[in-house]
Design a protein around this ligand. Structure first.
Ligand SMILES: Cc1cc2nc3c(=O)[nH]c(=O)nc-3n(C[C@H](O)[C@H](O)[C@H](O)COP(=O)(O)OP(=O)(O)OC[C@H]3O[C@@H](n4cnc5c(N)ncnc54)[C@H](O)[C@@H]3O)c2cc1C
Length: 415
């Protein structure tokens, strides 16, 4: 694989851009691989990448039923932060945020990481207490956050209305090194790096069954035939329950549609990300100038990638209270993704009852920010056959044993 560089751009400019290679190969599947990952979203691709980079395992196929990054990875609002309450969460989200900072250099692919800062608004006394508590917990965890005053919020976000009709802004939890990245580029960057290591990314190939013998996985059935493997990683977000059923176990996961929308592009007016949990909505401005707006999750299980219409109205109503200027904007696009929700709003990175089969899911409304850390942890577990320190607490047994990692506060707004 040729490296991308300023020199390469200059060289290709002289050659009328005829020398660029395809970013990744599209091979036909082989009969067998050491490792198969189902799902070419960010988490699946990152798992494959760190299997190769950290553990030297490159006999890997990533199997995707659609196109890579076409699931939630290409549908999210790209917020990256690590201001979670519980220690295991802060550890994996901070590892991830830290990896994001150097990811463009690591992958030799510009993922447009923008550490512009994230504010979570406190609009009730309860939220003020909750976010102060999170800021104290973050200080102990080595995650840099602070609780800021309404005046400081206004300084950072001049377009905000502090005295909303229902809930005034009483302060905010501010993480200055949080931010956003280009979602497609994260998937494309990992895919290119995996392909360069000789891994196979097989798109338009649906896994329809899991094969096993003597309690151990032996391969998968797909729309392109049977493919054998020694270990299997299931990383399919909203379809985790479907794949788990194929592998013969059940998951404490509900799949619901979560949606987002973008406005027409406008001049730069907000250079941080603002989340308003109480009125329920959040917003940032993309590099193109569109206001990127996150909405709510449907209140019932479904597999549509669209979401209910009433959420658009609720979300926009909430944001008009917080940012009155958006009432004059036209909305351009709306879409949805199928998110995988656990009861404690924390992920599952776990061995499963089927030998050699591992699962990574339950990131729900907030897994984009976790892609590098999650891939790192999942790869370590698959390479060593046991969870490492980063994901030890996220086993699926915690739901049976009552060891919940309750992040319903930190993950309260869909993001
Ligand atoms: C509207 C919206 C906004 C969001 N905003 C944020 C945010 O701001 N910040 C944040 O951190 N997170 C956010 N999220 C959550 C985040 O997008 C997800 O947690 C994350 O992208 C999940 O990545 P993934 O790789 O696990 O799943 P996906 O990207 O969904 O990848 C799973 C892949 O598995 C494939 N697949 C499924 N079944 C099969 C099969 N049988 N065979 C083969 N392939 C299969 C799918 O086609 C899909 O491509 C948001 C999500 C949505 C929907």
């Amino acid at each position: 694989m040729k490296r991308y560089s300023a020199f390469a751009i200059a060289r290709e400019a002289l050659r009328h851009h005829t020398g660029w290679e395809r970013a990744w190969a599209s091979p036909e599947p082989r009969k067998r691989y050491k490792v198969i990952i189902v799902g070419a979203g960010g988490h699946g691709l990152a798992t494959a990448y760190y299997l190769g980079k950290n553990h030297g395992i490159t006999d890997v196929a990533v199997i995707e039923k659609g196109w890579l990054g076409g699931g939630n990875t290409g549908r999210n609002t790209t917020i990256i932060r690590s201001n979670y309450l519980q220690d295991p969460s802060a550890a994996i989200y901070e590892k991830s945020r830290d990896l994001y900072e150097g990811l463009s250099q690591d992958l030799n692919y510009n993922i447009m990481f923008s550490p512009r800062g994230v504010i979570m608004l406190a609009q009730t006394e309860h939220e003020v207490r909750g976010y102060r508590r999170t800021a104290h917990a973050n200080a102990l965890q080595g995650v840099t956050t602070e609780f800021i005053s309404p005046e400081r919020v206004k300084e950072l976000v001049p377009i905000i209305n502090l005295d909303g009709p229902r809930y005034p802004v009483l302060g905010g939890l501010w993480q200055a090194r949080a931010g956003t990245a280009r979602h497609d580029a994260v998937a494309w960057g990992y895919a290119r790096a995996c392909s360069a290591m000789g891994m196979h990314i097989i798109q338009q190939c649906e896994v329809t069954g899991v094969r096993s013998e003597g309690g151990r996985v032996t391969g998968v059935e797909t729309t392109k035939g049977e493919i054998g493997c020694d270990s299997l990683g299931i990383v399919v977000a909203g379809h985790s329950g479907v794949l788990a059923e194929m592998a013969g176990f059940r998951l404490p996961i509900e799949s619901v549609a979560l949606q987002a929308l973008v406005s027409e592009p406008i001049k730069p007016c907000m250079d941080v990300v603002v989340m308003a949990n109480t009125v329920h909505g959040y917003m940032s401005q993309s590099d193109k100038g569109e206001m990127v707006i996150g909405g709510g999750a449907d209140g019932y299980n479904n597999y549509t990638q669209r979401g209910s219409f009433h959420h658009i109205e609720e979300t926009v109503r909430a944001l008009v209270e917080t940012f009155p200027m958006i009432s004059r904007l036209k909305m351009l696009r709306q879409w949805g993704g199928i998110v995988d929700m656990t009861g404690d709003r924390s992920p599952i990175i776990s061995k499963t009852p089927l030998g050699g089969c591992y699962i990574n899911c339950g990131w729900g409304t907030g897994g984009f920010k976790a892609i590098p850390g999650s891939g790192w942890a999942m790869a370590e577990m698959m390479a060593k056959g046991a969870p490492g320190a980063l994901c030890a607490e996220f086993g699926m047994d915690r739901f049976r044993e009552g060891r919940f990692i309750d992040e319903s506060g930190a993950a309260g707004v869909a993001h």
